[in-house]
Design a protein around this ligand. Structure first.
Ligand code: BES
Ligand code: MN
Ligand code: MN
Length: 445
């Protein structure tokens, strides 16, 4: 192993302690009551970067969450690398279902449990480890950019990129916010799906009605809504909306057994859609109903519900346009209401998909760094999830090469209960990033 790897190994306990301090901060930007915590996590991030040798550090905001920008200049002739992560986290959900308190980092079997231990405070920890491994002698210029509202769709990122364009300009951008193939197999994420969501409201009556008097004669809105939602898929579970875009996934084997094991699919429940797993997961649109507002069961009486609404979330294949996909979904919902029910669609968030041409010397250097650090060949993988701001970065810095790496693994359970980070993955991810920075410093520009 190289001296960089040995140095990262030495640093790991202190990096882990810093990560634990970050996890103890409940930086949930989506929860207005916890926004002060997001300011605290920005401040701690800035302090940690200061301790790692940065003296040019600012906490900035453009009407949204605070982001941290820290810079160390490039040695003569060396490129500048932007290291991205986010310090905000998802809400913890039902805390009683966690095996240890969500904001108290706890180690079990080589994994560190807690909200944000992986997504994406581990991204911050990885960058800190890679930087600290070089002490005062960074081989490249480094700009660290840690935003605070990724989990809310990065609404002010465009404004941040415009306001600080020159500070953030870089030759290479490393986004440490994705997955690995397995705890012992690294991955470069080369495509991500986009996102478009909406709320669909169905109304059939101008007030609730006695279900005995009127049932069987006039429709209730919830039954109409359920039929409308059912029209989004065919019987096999393929998306049935017209006019959506499909890409071609990389040819990677992803077994049905792995789907069952990694997803927790219950015995007897089948997969949806036809064709290879990775095609459905990375390269096709998907539609999910993520919430319904209607009468809760505890309040249900024998009444026809006059109106009901659902939030529908769509993933957009790389190459598709999220705005056009939302328009297609809206047209479908308006055209398929049963029984002439009234439908109102309120558009929600949009995030564009992204596909990367991962060829050339920079990507080769990254793959070599993975090989050395992990002792395994990295997989070029697609990603069913979304990191909408990547398209914005690419638009703001069209000449930069973008690498999407990460510290998650299939066991991470990001956004769910019992999120965790594999501590071996943290070490290997930090080592690869440090080796990659070193290689970039030596690459002929
Ligand atoms: N880090 C994730 C993206 C991700 C998901 C990477 C799964 C690897 C595996 C990111 O924080 C995220 O959750 N993105 C959101 C975007 C949305 C809030 C606009 C997503 O995919 O839902
Ligand atoms: Mn993330
Ligand atoms: Mn996330």
């Amino acid at each position: 192993m190289t001296d960089v790897a040995a140095r990262v190994r030495e640093l790991l306990p202190s990096v882990r302690a810093d990560l634990e301090d970050l996890v103890r901060i409940e930086s949930v930007w989506a929860d207005p009551a916890r926004r002060p915590e997001v300011h605290r996590s920005a401040e701690l991030t800035a302090t940690l970067l200061s301790q790692a040798g940065f003296d040019d550090i600012q906490i900035v905001a453009e009407g949204g969450a605070p982001a941290v920008i820290a810079r160390r200049p490039a040695p003569e002739g060396a490129p500048t690398v932007l290291l991205y992560a986010h310090h905000d986290v998802q809400p913890e959900g039902d805390a009683t279902q966690w095996h240890s308190p969500p904001f108290e980092p706890t180690e079990r079997n080589g994994r560190l449990y807690g909200r944000g231990t992986a997504d994406d405070k581990a991204g911050i920890a990885t960058h800190l480890a890679a930087i600290r491994a070089f002490g005062d002698e960074l081989p490249v210029g480094v700009t660290v950019f840690v935003e605070g509202e990724e989990e809310s769709g990065s609404p002010s990122l465009t404004a941040l990129l415009a306001a600080h364009h020159d500070l953030l300009a870089a030759d290479v951008i490393i986004i440490a916010d994705s997955d690995n193939w397995a705890v012992d197999i690294p991955a470069l994420t080369v495509s991500l799906r986009g996102l478009a969501d909406c709320v669909v409201e169905v109304s059939t009556l101008d007030h609730g009605l006695h279900s005995g008097l009127w049932g069987g004669v006039v429709p209730d809105a919830l039954s109409a809504l359920v039929r409308l939602l059912a029209s989004l898929h065919d019987d096999a579970g393929n998306v049935a909306v017209e006019g959506l875009y499909e890409a071609a996934a990389a040819e990677v084997e992803f077994s049905d057994e792995r789907v069952r094991a990694d997803s927790g699919l219950l015995d007897g429940v089948r997969q949806i859609g036809s064709g290879p797993v990775v095609q459905r997961m990375w390269a096709r649109p998907a539609i999910t109903v993520i919430g319904i507002d209607t009468t809760p069961i505890a309040k249900a009486s024998n009444t026809l519900v006059p109106s009901a609404r659902a939030k529908v979330s769509m993933r957009v294949a790389p190459g598709g346009d999220a705005r056009e996909h939302l328009a297609a979904l809206t047209r479908h919902l308006q055209a398929h209401a049963p029984w002439g029910a009234r439908v109102t669609v309120t558009p929600g968030d949009i995030g564009q998909p992204y596909a990367i041409d991962a060829t050339g010397p920079v990507y080769e250097a990254a793959r070599q760094a993975f090989r050395t650090a992990w002792g395994r060949e990295p997989i070029d993988m697609g990603m069913g999830g979304s990191i909408p701001f990547i398209a914005e970065f690419a638009a703001a810095f069209p000449d930069a090469e973008i690498l999407v790496t990460g510290v998650e693994d299939p066991g991470t359970q990001a956004h769910s209960i019992n999120e965790s980070l594999d501590l071996g993955v943290l070490e290997r991810a930090a080592t690869s990033e440090a080796l990659f920075l070193k290689a970039l410093g030596a690459l002929d520009g």
